[in-house]
Structures are given as C-alpha cells and as structure tokens.
Design a protein around this ligand. Structure first.
Ligand SMILES: [Cu+2]
Length: 228
C-alpha cells in the first residue's frame, strides 16, 4: 500500500517499511484491546434476570494477563529493534564518510538560510556563500551524499523533505548533522514542520535535484553571482 509521496532517497523505502511495521504492531494492539472491550460490553450487558456477580480478586490470575500483555509489547519492541536496526542506524546515527556536499541549513523566523561551501569546497571558511531569500531554491547533485548541518537562530524549526523521508528538528544552540542521498531528479519542497510562529506556513523553500554537471554549472553561477 502506498499512501505516501513518492520515495526518492536511498533510505526512503526502508523508512516506509519501518513505519508500516510499527503501524502493524500498534494496530494489532489497538484492535485486540478494543475487540475485548466491545465483546465484554455486549456479552455481559445488563439483563433483568441476572444477578450481579460477586467475586474476590485472584492476584496470580490477574498478573498472568498483565504479564501476557507486557510480553507481547516487549516482543513487538524487540522485533522492530532487531529487524530495523540497520535502517535506524543508517538514517539517525551514521553520517557517511564520503561527504560529497556539505551544506548548512539555518532556520529563522521565517525563512531557511542555506550556506554552501565556497570554491575551496570547505564549509565554514571565509569564502562560504549564503543564500538568504524567502522561498529560495537550492540545488544538489543526484546520487551523492549530501550532508546538512541543521541549526536555528531563534525557535525550534524542523527541516522536512517529505519525498526523501528526511525530517529533523532545528534546535537553537545545537548543530544536528544528517545526510540524504536522492536517487530521482526533480524539484522538491523543503518546508518547516514545526509550528514556529505566525508565518510558519511561509517557510517553504525548494530543493532541485539534478545531474552532477548541471549542479556544477549552477554552483559556478552561484560563485560568480550571476544566477539570481
Ligand atoms: Cu516553522
């Protein structure tokens, strides 16, 4: 079943699989619980002929049911952990050694500011290029590991590239480094997914994924200041 936007990054399908697995376990828990509740409501409903039951608790028998629930929950948790550890590790923990492009994204009420490395190829040096316009479109190369340093200068924002399944908070005082590799060219939305003030919905930029050659051309124009 595919109810999501198209999946265009290397880990997007794994992320979707993780989502469905968790939904399956949570859904089973929900329907079993609600099922037992509805069954009990109907089966033991009021009837004038029936006298109310009186019984005393039985700690052991009650505990068995609690333990069964806990065991099922623990099984579901450990199964997700076991099956999806690699996905989680890839997305959340590891930044690839091969950084093909390193960009800083800074959230600000209400715009995303992008910093590209200058001609020396290194971020955080004097020749860095800053793109700071509302609704700007940035470019990145396809099939390359793009590493983002995510920051905020005021409140909490959240970088959301839905087609890439890339979504991380931008938290003041912290730099969160995450990566993505696109495998389909196109223009995708880069929005803020954390309510950050009145113009939150205007925090909408775009990312253009294109071939290495076209990207290089754009970058050269950026350095020359002629692509505006
Ligand atoms: Cu926002």
């Amino acid at each position: 079943m595919n109810i999501f936007p198209e999946a265009v990054s290397t880990y997007a399908h794994e992320m979707d699989k993780l989502f469905w697995l968790i939904t399956l376990f949570a859904g089973l828990g929900f329907f079993i619980t609600i099922g037992i509740l509805i069954y009990s409501l109907i089966r033991f409903r009021y009837s004038p002929q029936r006298k109310p039951m009186t019984f005393r608790g039985n700690t052991f028998r009650e505990f068995r049911w609690v333990a069964l629930g806990m065991a099922l929950l623990a099984f579901a948790d450990f199964y997700v952990l076991y099956d999806e550890h690699d996905t989680w590790d890839k997305m959340m923990q590891s930044v690839p050694e091969e950084k093909d492009l390193h960009i800083a994204i800074t959230g600000r009420q209400w715009n995303w500011i992008f910093t590209y490395p200058g001609p020396d190829g290194k971020l955080y040096t004097a020749d860095d290029v800053i793109i700071n316009e509302p609704n700007s479109t940035i470019h990145i190369p396809i099939h390359k590991n793009v590493v983002f340093d995510i920051r905020s200068v005021d409140v909490i924002h959240s970088v959301f590239l839905k087609e890439a399944r890339f979504k991380y908070d931008a938290i003041p005082g912290r730099t969160i480094t995450k990566w993505v590799q696109f495998h389909r060219p196109g223009k995708y939305e880069l929005i803020c997914a954390e309510l950050c003030g009145v113009l939150h919905s205007k925090m909408r930029n775009f990312i253009m994924v294109e071939s290495e050659e076209v990207f290089q051309q754009w970058l050269d124009e950026l350095y020359a200041g002629t692509n505006e």
